[in-house]
Structures are given as structure tokens and as C-alpha cells.
Write a protein that binds this ligand. Structure first.
Ligand SMILES: Cc1cc2nc3c(=O)[nH]c(=O)nc-3n(C[C@H](O)[C@H](O)[C@H](O)COP(=O)(O)OP(=O)(O)OC[C@H]3O[C@@H](n4cnc5c(N)ncnc54)[C@H](O)[C@@H]3O)c2cc1C
Length: 482
């Protein structure tokens, strides 16, 4: 067997391939042999789950999939609030591919395996006095997960995080290992940095970083009308601006963050944010499952909790990240920045109407409003346009389900009218005919995946449904009770 540890996977007899894969095959009795996303909204039972520890292991899994005609789907840590990471084929869990391979402080880049979580990456970058340029609301995700979905933070001059990717090392469906960048195999690169995992398996990622920095964040509350009236001024008033809109309270919490040399002085306290903001709120949301109007008061309560003006200074990722609390239903669409004010006004009119209806929708948490610079990534929702992201959530207190379909359906019909593009990691219903109109380079993406993966080895159900228009139900991996 030992000679086969370096043998070309295609030369290994099938029985030996099974033996070589055995140590990284998750036993069917293990809970990890099944997969649920973090929000507990999608579940799958793959044919086999592998936990590779090195690149060679990945090659072996791919070889088995090729011989047996199976799909291989990479899964990061399952934070996508859709069935994007689900499969009925082979699943490749990437969490053990988590090493930093190179750090170049002078040229400001890091090369890391795709399974590293952002939390680990922040820690290792900090040791070299470096940091990621922009980060979203959490740092639990893997680097591969955020790159393939064009995950974003906020900042009108800052692109989605994939814009910071300099090159990728990939394992393609034919078993070859390639490097791609804007100079080398540029089409494959541009397709892969928001490629939904459909272009190939990403082994490692070269990411542009910057010297470690602190952010000074100012938060204050304003009326909805004032925010809409001063929209441009506010959005451009700091490097990283984001809003949380509480429709029931007609209030928008505004956050402005800039790089600073000031010493750390975090805002907030455990009592206020963790006890009242997290635990008490969760209990109230549970009660509101049985008494719907309470949701309006929960919204008033959480809005009141954060009503004071605050100023905090902390390490960048600690300011970028927020408490995303509990498992949730969530969706987020990107509208062209020019359409944002009109879209928000229409959303407000609709939610006001709902609020006046005794049986109307009662969102219990704010809508998150963020911004990105335009980019040229084919499937990035910011492709070719400044973007305003509008995200909504309905929490599942203690894992219990809550009504969300009517709210999400109404929201989606409005944002779609403003040329909205859904976040790829979040559940949506768009098919290729609509997506093609929204993304000028959609067919280039399809061409690349057909070229590098003619047999569809990396195409799971989500990709088959949304990119190729195959008749696969959006509920194939949905929990029954939701
Ligand atoms: C609480 C919460 C907060 C969030 N905040 C934000 C936010 O602020 N901004 C934002 O834009 N999004 C946000 N998201 C969405 C999140 O960033 C994406 O869903 C991200 O893809 C999750 O990463 P993951 O490691 O869990 O990947 P998974 O969900 O496991 O997988 C996502 C995709 O990545 C692919 N993939 C993973 N690794 C590889 C690899 N090595 N090679 C090829 N493909 C690979 C998978 O195949 C799959 O298609 C949030 C989600 C949650 C639940």
C-alpha cells in the first residue's frame, strides 16, 4: 500500500482506492455523515462524506467520483442559508484543510488552504501584524466558502471579499491541479471567485491583506426619512457604513467605521448586549410564536436597547463582526445603488400596510442595509454596479420554526422589481432565464463550467437547478416542518 501513497490516482486499482479512502471516510454512524446547514433549514444525507487532510486525499475522492460517476460537493462549515452546500452524492468536508501556507507581509498577501475559517485566519494574520481588508458579519465561515459565494462586508469603496483574491490553486474535474489568476487562466479565475464550487475544488487561496488595523465605529439612530433624505451623504461619510432598519419603530441604526490609530475601547457591556440583547430577546421571540403582535414590541425593545449614540474602537474584525444570534431564516438581495432609495421606500410602504393589518407581517428584527463597490466578477451580485444589499432575517428561537414565507415572498417581489440580484448563498427561486438578464456574463460562466467539467462532477442540485435550469425542486433538502 505504501507505494500507492504517491501513486497517480488514476493508476490505483479500485479496491486499493477504497482502502486508501477508508481513513478519511466518515463512518455512517457518525453525525458528520449527514449534513445540516447552520440555520437548520436544509439537510442532506450524502452517499459518502470524506474529510481530507491533504491535497492527495482530495485527488483520491475525485478519482473515485469520476470512476463511479458521482457528484462531489465541497462543504465549508455550512453557513450558507440555502442548499448550496448540499448533495446526494459525495461530500468533501474541508475543515481539516486549514493551514496557512505562506504569509508575505511585504507584498501584503497570505496563501491559505480553502478550509481555514476566517477566525483562524484573523488570528494567524494578527501574529504577522496583518488583517483582512474587509469582513462580513461573522468570521465562522471558511475562506473557500466566502470566496465561492462573493460574501461581502460593507463599504461603498470596498468590493465583495472575492475582489481581494489574487490567485487560486484548484483541482479540476479531470484530476489536474492548476493555478489561476487574472493573468493565468483568467476565465477560470473570474468564474471561480464566485463559482458556487461548480468550477472545481479550490485547494488554496492567495488573498490580498493589509497591515493590521483598528476601526473606530460610531453608531447612532435616525428616522427612516432622514436616512433616505441624506442617503448619499451618509453612505459616503465613512469607509464602512451599514444600517439596521427597524420598520415598526421607523428608526434606522447607523454604523460608520473608519481606520484609526486610537487605542482600543470597545463599546457595550455583557449585561446589555448578551443578557438583554441575546437571551431575553430569544425568549421573547419564542413567546411571539404564539402571540404574533408581540413581534412589534420585540422590534421596539431591540431598537430601544441600542438607541444611545456609541463610540467604540477595536481590532478590525471585531468591529466588522456582529452578533448574528440564533439559527434563522434569512435572505439577502443586492439592488443597484441607484435603486436603493426607491426600493427602501416601497418596502416601507408595504411594511406600514402590513403593520396596520391585524393579521399582517410582523418582522421581529431589523433589515440590514450594506454597500459594495462594483466589480467585474461574472456572477458577483456587484458585477458592474455599486450595490446596496438588503438582508432580512426571521430567527428560530431555540431552534423552533417561525412564520417567514409571507414576509420573504413580499420582500422578494419588491426587490426583484428594482433589478435585485439574490445573494448566491441564500435561498432564492431564480432560474437561468432570469439570471441571464441580470448577469451579462452568465453564459460565460456556463461555458467555463461546461469546458472544465463536461460531466458535471462538481454540479450539485443547487447548481443544476439555478445555473442549468434542471427541474430539481427547491425543497429537495428542505426540512419537512418548514
Ligand atoms: C449568521 C450568518 C452570517 C452571514 N454573514 C454574511 C455576511 O455578512 N456577508 C455575506 O455576504 N454573507 C454572509 N453569510 C453567508 C456566508 O458568508 C456564506 O454562506 C458562506 O458561503 C458560508 O461559508 P461556509 O464555509 O459555511 O461555506 P458552505 O456554506 O459550507 O459552502 C458554501 C459554498 O462554498 C463552496 N465551497 C466551500 N469550500 C470550497 C472549496 N474548497 N472549493 C470549492 N468550493 C467550495 C461549497 O461547495 C458551497 O457551494 C452569512 C451567513 C450566516 C449564517
Amino acid at each position: 500500500m505504501s507505494t500507492q501513497l504517491t501513486a497517480r490516482p488514476s493508476d490505483i486499482p479500485l479496491q486499493n482506492l477504497y482502502k486508501l479512502l477508508q481513513p478519511i471516510t466518515v463512518p455512517t454512524s457518525s453525525p458528520r455523515a449527514k449534513f445540516s446547514n447552520w440555520g437548520q433549514t436544509y439537510h442532506c444525507a450524502p452517499l459518502a462524506v470524506f474529510e481530507p487532510e491533504n491535497e492527495y486525499h482530495c485527488e483520491l475522492v475525485l478519482e473515485l467520483a469520476r470512476r463511479e460517476g458521482k457528484v462531489v460537493k465541497a462543504a465549508g462549515i455550512g453557513h450558507s442559508p440555502s442548499d448550496l452546500a448540499c448533495t446526494n452524492g459525495f461530500m468533501l468536508r474541508t475543515e481539516k484543510l486549514n493551514r496557512v501556507l505562506e504569509v508575505n507581509a511585504e507584498k501584503r498577501y497570505v496563501v491559505a488552504q480553502a478550509g481555514i475559517t476566517l477566525k483562524d485566519l484573523h488570528a494567524q494574520l494578527a501574529e504577522r501584524n496583518l488583517a483582512m481588508i474587509n469582513v462580513g458579519s461573522i468570521s465562522d465561515q471558511t475562506l473557500g466558502g466566502i470566496v465561492t459565494t462573493a460574501t461581502h462586508g460593507s463599504g461603498i469603496a470596498y468590493g465583495v471579499i472575492s475582489t481581494n483574491v489574487m490567485s487560486l490553486n484548484m483541482l479540476l474535474a479531470d484530476g489536474s491541479k492548476v493555478t489561476c489568476s487574472r493573468k493565468e487562466r483568467a476565465d477560470l479565475f473570474i468564474a471561480s471567485i464566485c463559482g458556487l464550487g461548480a468550477t472545481g475544488f479550490i485547494l488554496s487561496i492567495q488573498l490580498e491583506v493589509e497591515p493590521a488595523f483598528r476601526l473606530k465605529e460610531i453608531q447612532e439612530s435616525m428616522t427612516f426619512d432622514e436616512v433616505i433624505r441624506r442617503f448619499d451623504e451618509l453612505v459616503y461619510s465613512a469607509e464602512h457604513v451599514r444600517f439596521w432598519w427597524f420598520p415598526a419603530s421607523d428608526t434606522v441604526r447607523c454604523s460608520y467605521s473608519d481606520r484609526t490609530q486610537e487605542p482600543k475601547s470597545p463599546a457595550g457591556s455583557w449585561w446589555w448586549h448578551t443578557f438583554l440583547g441575546h437571551h431575553v430577546t430569544q425568549f421573547l421571540i419564542l413567546v411571539a410564536r404564539f402571540f404574533l403582535p408581540l413581534n412589534t414590541w420585540i422590534s421596539h425593545y431591540t431598537c430601544w436597547l441600542i438607541s444611545n449614540r456609541t463610540v467604540g474602537v477595536d481590532d478590525s474584525h471585531l468591529i466588522f463582526n456582529v452578533d448574528c444570534r440564533y439559527p434563522q431564516h434569512t435572505t439577502e438581495w443586492a439592488v443597484p445603488y441607484e435603486n436603493a432609495q426607491g426600493c427602501l421606500r416601497e418596502l416601507r410602504t408595504w411594511l406600514d400596510q402590513e403593520n396596520h393589518d391585524p393579521n399582517g407581517i410582523r418582522p421581529h428584527i431589523p433589515m440590514e442595509i450594506r454597500f459594495s463597490a462594483p466589480d467585474d466578477i461574472w456572477l458577483s451580485p456587484s458585477n458592474g454596479q455599486r450595490t446596496c444589499w438588503l438582508g432580512i432575517v426571521q430567527y428560530k428561537p431555540y431552534g423552533f420554526n417561525v412564520p417567514y414565507r409571507k414576509y420573504f415572498g413580499g420582500y422578494e417581489s419588491i426587490v426583484a422589481r428594482y433589478q435585485g440580484r439574490p445573494h448566491w448563498a441564500k435561498a432564492h427561486r431564480l432560474q437561468p432565464d432570469t439570471l441571464r438578464k441580470l448577469y451579462p456574463r452568465f453564459d460565460d460562466f456556463v461555458r467555463v463550467i461546461e469546458d472544465v467539467d463536461p460531466n458535471g462532477t462538481f454540479r450539485n442540485e443547487y447548481v443544476q437547478r439555478h445555473i442549468l435550469g434542471e427541474p430539481i425542486s427547491g425543497r429537495v433538502f428542505k426540512s419537512r416542518q418548514t
